[in-house]
Design a protein around this ligand. Sequence first.
Ligand code: NAD
Ligand code: GLY
Length: 358
Amino acid sequence: MNTLHVELGDRRYPLHIGPGLLGCPDLLRPYIASRQALVVSNTTVAPLYLEPVRAALADLRHEVVILPDGEQYKTLETLNTVFTALLEHRFGRDCTLIALGGGVIGDLAGFAAACYQRGVPFIQIPTTLLAQVDSSVGGKTAVNHPLGKNMIGAFYQPRGVLADTDTLNTLPDRELSAGLAEVIKYGLIRDRPFLEWLEANLEALLARDAAALSAAIERSCRNKAEVVAADERETGERALLNLGHTFGHAIETGVGYGEWLHGEAVAVGMVLAAELSARLGWLRDEQVERVRALLARARLPLAPPPTLSPDDFLRLMAVDKKVQNGRLRLILLRDLGQAVIAEQVDARRLRETLERSY
Ligand code: NAD
Ligand code: GLY
């Protein structure tokens, strides 16, 4: 096991990464604040991994809420079922929520923890690659609104993150690829040596080589922990973690939540960001080709859904958390391994990029 920390002063917390962690109750227990815990999971993950978590909680009062599986259930309505469970079980302000699942469960349970009785402790047990490298770390919690992805939420940090890499053995291939999109993102935005390592090791990752996966998760988490420690509430640098996300969220909202996986939409978004960066003279064509080639090898899509027109994109992208004073801000690439926040994006070049991307 390897342990990193997100350095946030008195809210500092550990990220434990390694195989077999679910079988180690001693790892989970120190982060449970009292004798009451609610595990939040879904219909796919619970049959696979709930038992060891329950065993670790055996001598505590613990309850379980099993939610339907899917991005389309990351809603205020589903959130309310978690609140109902907490209230029905008369859970107090000292209870701990445990999110067991992918990013949907982590974001939703985290937001429930942020709201219940104005905030109760929570722990992340991420079981997808995407959640282990990104969503469980850094305290962004949210649900979707029909008009915009992750629009209702809070910054709320977990007490600890337990990423058991063995859980990735049951992950469908398509979900593994979606997680690789976020892994590649770290290389593109701030870690060129990691990008080169990914180019050399992508097949090992696709084959679920345990050492390669652990190395990729640790390096991703190290990048994310550094950025979050420097800019927890996204007043600056943290926005760089959103490379590809403004385009990606438009795809997810536009085609309907759950149709495209988050990582797939981000992959297309990163291609569009790279192409726009080239149009602005920041990337060379062969660098854009490198981005495309790596994402294609990770079995990710490179082109947007044909049902979404450039006008649809521009309309949906206007509902973005990076919009300031009505102006769209995009994360673009000055170079491979060097992302920037572009404050004044040339509307004509953005439209051209979208029009030529299908
Ligand atoms: P997900 O939570 O929907 O999980 C993907 C699928 O895999 C689901 O069907 C799930 O039930 C299943 N699953 C989970 N673990 C499994 C396992 N070990 N074996 C077999 N099946 C398993 O999707 P995701 O990709 O994990 O997360 C996407 C969500 O994360 C999106 O809502 C996105 O907005 C959010 N996100 C949040 C942040 C953040 O910083 N908070 C960052 C990135 C993404
Ligand atoms: N996933 C982007 C962030 O955590 O800031």
